[in-house]
Design a binder for this molecule. Structure first.
Ligand SMILES: Nc1ncnc2c1ncn2[C@@H]1O[C@H](COP(=O)(O)OP(=O)(O)OP(=O)(O)O)[C@@H](O)[C@H]1O
Length: 343
């Protein structure tokens, strides 16, 4: 892997005006969906982006793709600032960054044949010339994702969920992208199919040298596919580390709580598992964020400190960074809770 990140995001903010403030933007109120997120993505790696519903994962992915307006911050692809690209440059960028969507049922146009769904990016970005080359390229892509070329004339409703997700993957690959944002690509699929799609994504990455930003709320899935994992909470990154390091040595109380909620496949171990109570109940919303420390009720710091000053993301060991006022890299680690084994 190269030392220069393929993608770099610096202090990204995406704030949406609250309903009712759209006509009077100065009247205040906004949802801080993403609020100062920084990360990098190395060529050929998979970075997981995890957190509970509403923490800003999808918005981060959409902002990186320039599909949602960026309030502040910078996005760099291959060293070029792409935050304000427009027109033809933005179209070129769109080819380099593709998305695989969560809902394989809603993401495909039901009136289009698979041939045209997968082939559309070839036409839009002028990647092949002539009908024959177009058809041959679609067939190649179908084979690459495990679909029979004979299915090219069919419509999306004739396919299962897993097959539809394969169509979505082939369509993303057609553009020959540098980065693929996988937005919960398996959460709408049956568990048995999930593993097939995860393995397909891994194989394609190896074969084509792809780079993934893998958005998910299922921490068990993320562990199997990601090299590094970044944990988000209410628009902020609270911890980032190599995958194994994060799962075996989580430092942030919120990461520890999230990990405690992963079910254990062994029924006896599962019956002994203790879920951190702070993770139970209603998922916090950025529309009405919790009062006090937004990160964890066990935080001993003055509540207002955490509300008014976002904790800095501090490096602990190499590549492992934590954002919490309580965390002191030089002192002993923060109070640990027991982390459920995933064996
Ligand atoms: N276009 C929008 N206008 C207003 N608010 C929005 C918009 N898009 C997202 N939000 C809000 O921003 C917050 C973050 O949403 P986002 O979809 O990024 O979260 P998420 O972590 O991906 O959640 P999920 O896993 O449920 O998709 C939520 O409170 C959401 O309601």
């Amino acid at each position: 892997m190269s030392d220069t990140p393929l993608l770099e995001v610096r202090n990204l903010k995406v704030h949406f005006p609250l309903p009712g403030t759209l006509l009077k933007p100065k009247s205040g109120g906004s949802v801080k969906a993403v609020d100062g997120v920084s990360f990098h993505l190395n060529r050929g790696e998979t970075l997981g982006l995890v957190g509970e519903s509403g923490c800003g994962k999808s918005t981060t992915g959409m902002a990186v793709l320039r599909m949602t307006p960026v309030t502040a911050g910078e996005i760099h692809l291959e060293g070029n600032n792409i935050t304000d690209l427009k027109g033809r440059s933005l179209r070129t960028l769109r080819r380099k960054m593709q998305m695989i969507y969560q809902d394989p049922f809603g993401a495909l146009d039901p009136r289009m044949r698979v041939l045209d769904i997968i082939g559309e990016p070839l036409k839009v970005h002028n990647l092949v010339s002539g009908r024959k080359a177009y058809r041959a390229e679609v067939m190649r892509l179908m084979e690459l994702v495990g679909l029979l070329p004979g299915m090219a004339e069919r419509y999306p409703h004739e396919f299962s969920g897993g097959q539809r997700q394969r169509i979505g993957i082939a369509r993303a690959l057609a553009a020959r992208p540098e980065v693929i944002i996988c937005d919960e690509p398996v959460s709408a699929l049956d568990v048995s199919i999930q593993a097939q799609i995860i393995n397909l994504l891994k194989d394609l990455q190896e074969e084509l040298g792809l780079t993934y930003l893998f958005v998910a709320h299922d921490l068990a899935v993320v562990r199997h596919i990601c090299d590094r994992v970044m944990v988000m909470y209410l628009g902020h990154v609270v911890e980032v580390a190599d995958s194994e390091e994060l799962y075996t040595n989580p430092q942030h109380p919120y990461t520890q709580a999230l990990l405690s909620a992963i079910p254990i496949p062994d029924p006896r171990a599962e019956s002994r598992r203790e879920v951190d109570p702070s993770i139970e109940g209603e998922v916090p919303s950025p529309v009405n964020p919790p009062s006090g420390c937004p990160f964890h009720p066990r935080c001993k710091h003055a509540m207002e400190t955490c509300r008014t000053v976002a904790p800095e993301l501090k490096d602990t060991t190499q590549g492992h960074a934590v954002s919490c006022h309580l965390y002191e890299p030089t002192s002993a680690a923060m109070p640990q809770i027991r982390v459920a084994s995933m064996a």
